[in-house]
Write a protein that binds this ligand. Structure first.
Ligand code: TXA
Ligand code: MG
Length: 317
């Protein structure tokens, strides 16, 4: 088990490890994923063991080209192709009707499969190398313990799951901090009009502009596909938009001054920076053994809503 900086050799060796049944944690532009061969029941079972995740929870299959959609999915609507062309590689997962190759252990016994092409060069070359070895896709949930905060660095992956990655093939690829910092937008494409199941960097407005259709977005705080109450939660108690007391952690845009006696965790200048630094801030709170933190949610639509969604999950609202 080791953590490695990425050269062409370490990537092809990691692809081989995946093909042989190992687990490879790898960087994506959203968060780090804990990858396994999406066709191997044994390897996928180990993902669940390492994460301590319930077994009926579906996994996203990571692919590297739009043509791979046909391998895993059928009855693909035109709007899904348009979304794939406009936003892949990128922080978007499409839920489509599955083909045979997407077994129950990937889909959580559902007739649908989640697919994504990540926009991260290491992730893309890992998938491509894996395909050269005969693989069809890499199943990868976020590389955190079930219910905890998603990791956005290799060090955070190590903190979360390294101790459980105990097969000699297992490894972590280090690609530096994830550029976006929150998980992909999930879009259900099995209905006449698409439906957003998880908010993310690809916003409702962007999707509607791409396909010229109205999109249904699940209301904030309404539980979506498999999400449970304890998701994205640090040890600290998270309060949103409340007045903090002295000694509390504090997360807000840089335009908002730190209240007296509070421990400032991040001061992002933009919404994008807020998204990128949110999970590291939640980890920092735990590292500093802060017991309560106040987050001031960013105002506005799009990515601001996705951040507010993650904050409210961390607050277990
Ligand atoms: O950005 C991301 O999406 C990251 C990176 C690693 O790609 N992955 C990620 O995976 O966030 P995970 O497993 O932590 O979250 C995936 C979500 C889960 O809530 C799961 O229930 C949902 O996607 N999902 C996967 N397949 C699905 C399906 N067939 N139908 C409905 N929801 C699905
Ligand atoms: Mg996750």
């Amino acid at each position: 088990m080791f953590i490695s900086k990425c050269s062409a050799e370490t990537i092809s060796s990691a692809a081989k490890a995946l093909k042989d049944g190992g687990l490879v944690a790898f960087p994506t532009e959203t968060v780090y994923g804990l990858g396994a061969d999406a066709q191997s029941a044994e390897a996928v079972k180990r993902i669940y063991e390492v994460k301590g995740r319930p077994h009926d929870h579906p996994l996203i299959v990571h692919i590297s080209e739009i043509q791979d959609l046909e391998v895993w999915a059928k009855e693909i609507p035109d709007y899904a192709i348009k979304l794939a062309r406009d936003f892949w590689p990128g922080p978007m997962t499409l839920i489509l009707m599955r083909r045979e190759v997407a077994k129950d252990f990937i889909t959580g016994n559902q007739e649908t499969v989640g697919l994504r092409i990540p926009a991260q060069p290491i992730a893309l070359s890992l998938i491509n190398e894996f395909k050269k070895l005969g693989g069809k896709g890499i199943a990868a949930p976020s590389a955190n313990m079930f219910g905890k905060v998603s990791p956005t660095t290799a060090e955070a992956v190590a903190e979360e799951v390294l101790q459980y990655m105990n097969h000699f093939l297992d490894r972590i690829l280090d690609g530096g901090p994830s550029h976006i910092g929150i998980e992909s937008t999930i879009i259900n494409c099995t209905t006449k009009a698409p439906e957003i199941l998880r908010l993310g960097f690809i916003t409702k407005e962007m999707i509607e502009e791409s396909i010229g259709m109205k999109v249904v977005a699940t209301e904030l705080n309404i539980r979506v596909s498999g999400s449970l109450e304890s998701h994205y939660a640090p040890n600290a108690k998270v309060l949103i938009n409340q007045i903090p007391k002295s000694g509390y952690g504090f997360i807000a845009l840089s335009s908002i001054p730190t209240p007296d006696g509070c421990i400032r965790l991040i001061s992002p200048n933009t919404i994008e920076e807020y998204a990128r630094n949110l999970y590291p801030a939640l980890r920092l709170a735990d590292l500093k053994e802060i017991s309560v933190l106040v987050a001031i949610a960013p105002e506005g639509h799009g990515l601001a809503l996705a951040i507010t969604d993650r904050l409210s999950r961390a607050a277990k609202l």
